[in-house]
Design a protein around this ligand. Structure first.
Ligand code: TXA
Ligand code: MG
Length: 312
């Protein structure tokens, strides 16, 4: 565990330079980071997560200007970056010739996913490291995403050289992903930047969040899953209950006041805790109260649907 001070951040940057894996804080979830230019280090990410190799990774950058080194940034992408970076938005853009990234990062696709996180420790690390950091969420493939250093240690503790601990994450769900081709923008994953905020700029978005050909884990039907069954709807006797808003029967509550931002920030930590409780007390599963499908509620419902989907 590294502290988020100058020494800890310096140590994390040095480990990344040596090709080691370091779990890094961002405002959305913790990432499993490696030097995006180092083939062996990037391959270690897939091995540590147990993730199928065909899934591309998000590349994290210190500032928007760095995007030009790796991708063709057109007018629409530049406008989106100007409005929402740093922040919980990932842009999938055409790779630029001479980009220098490991081909494993984009899984052989002609595009790359880029993001500038809004987190002071992530920013300090990215600036200190001075290069691109490839980082998927720091959880074993298919499991609940980590919103604290303890979650990372639970799932991947033995597989990382270090965890840079900056406390719980503030947004709590992964970044919103947009594909941008010329002026056409497609929503690829609901996430921490609400769709409404983007549409205020782009107009109505086409979305492609469950494509016929799965290219990425955030698009897999079963994902973000607890180890016990999870269903949305009414409380059931014996099942662990996760509430939203006033809920008499709930053992956990995403937001007693019904606030969607608070609910997103709490989502994965509550899923981790409810999963552990159900397993430790031999309960049949978890039920979750309905969440309004607007703002960050869209990303929450997307994650809950995938968490509830049959596995395998
Ligand atoms: O908030 C986040 O986005 C977190 C933090 C750590 O930044 N990262 C994250 O990464 O969620 P990951 O690997 O769990 O999700 C990567 C997603 C894939 O599911 C896929 O949808 C998309 O990024 N992706 C990456 N490269 C792509 C590409 N070239 N084309 C289409 N989708 C791509
Ligand atoms: Mg993930």
């Amino acid at each position: 565990m590294l502290k988020p001070d100058e020494a800890g951040i310096g140590r994390a940057a040095a480990l990344l330079s040596q090709g080691a894996l370091v779990a890094i804080p961002t405002e959305t979830v913790y990432g499993l980071g490696a030097d995006a230019r180092n083939d062996r280090a990037v391959a270690e990410i897939f091995a540590a997560k147990g993730r199928p190799q065909f899934n591309p990774l998000i590349v994290h950058l210190a500032d928007p200007e760095m995007a030009e080194r790796f991708a063709e940034v057109g007018a629409m992408a530049r406008a989106l970056a100007g409005a929402f970076w740093p922040g919980p938005l990932t842009l999938v853009l055409p790779l630029r010739a001479g980009h220098g990234l490991s081909p494993l990062v984009s899984a052989g696709l002609p595009s790359v996913a880029l993001r500038v996180p809004a987190h002071p420790v992530a920013h300090a690390l990215l600036s200190g490291f001075g290069g691109p950091i490839a980082a998927p969420s720091a959880n074993p493939s298919g499991r609940i995403s980590p919103t604290s250093a303890a979650h990372v240690a639970d799932g991947l503790g033995g597989r990382v050289a270090a965890i840079l601990d900056a406390g719980p994450t503030s947004v709590g769900v992964e970044s919103t992903i947009l594909g941008v081709e010329d002026d056409r923008v497609t929503l690829l994953r609901e996430g921490g930047l609400p769709r409404e905020a983007i549409e205020a700029m782009t107009g109505p978005l086409a979305s492609n969040t469950t494509p016929a050909r799965i290219t990425a884990p955030g698009q897999l039907e079963s994902h973000y899953a607890p180890q016990v069954p999870l269903v949305s709807g009414a409380a059931r006797p014996e099942w662990v209950r996760i509430g939203f808003g006033p809920d008499e029967t709930a053992e956990f509550n995403l937001s007693p006041g019904g606030d969607l931002v608070e609910a997103a920030a709490n989502l994965f930590a509550v899923l981790h805790a409810a999963d552990a409780l159900a397993r430790n007390t031999n309960r049949p599963g978890i039920t979750v109260a309905p969440i309004p499908d607007k703002g960050l509620g869209r990303a929450i419902n997307d994650r809950l649907r995938r968490a509830a989907a049959p596995k395998g």
